[in-house]
Design a protein. Structure first.
Length: 104
């Protein structure tokens, strides 16, 4: 299994290097009013991919934070309800003991 992972990793890296060498043409990038010239196309592609990954990662993190807050609220409510159930069970057990004592 380890050999397969290494093979896939090497194949991906070779593909990335091949794509970069095929896209080394300098381009002009206009970004927010600024003009950047003679930037290799692979740098623009790589930057776009990295920004996309970071954006997706940040969305995932915010969703996880919201879900964790919701789980904490649910856990608090569950603990509260479990305490109420335990009190009622104890009351029923004490009531049953009192009835048995009275019958004897």
């Amino acid at each position: 299994m380890k050999e397969i992972k290494i093979f896939v990793t090497v194949a991906i890296l070779l593909t990335v290097v091949w794509v970069f060498t095929q896209n080394a043409t300098p381009v002009e990038l206009k970004l927010m009013g600024a003009v950047y010239s003679d930037i290799p196309l692979y740098v623009v592609i790589l930057g776009s991919v990295v920004l996309g990954i970071l954006f997706g990662f940040s969305l995932t993190i915010t969703q996880n934070v919201k879900l964790r807050k919701g789980l904490k609220l649910i856990d608090r409510e569950r603990e509260k309800l479990q305490g109420e159930v335990d009190k009622r069970r104890q009351a029923v057990l004490e009531e049953d003991e009192g009835v048995e004592s009275a019958n004897n």
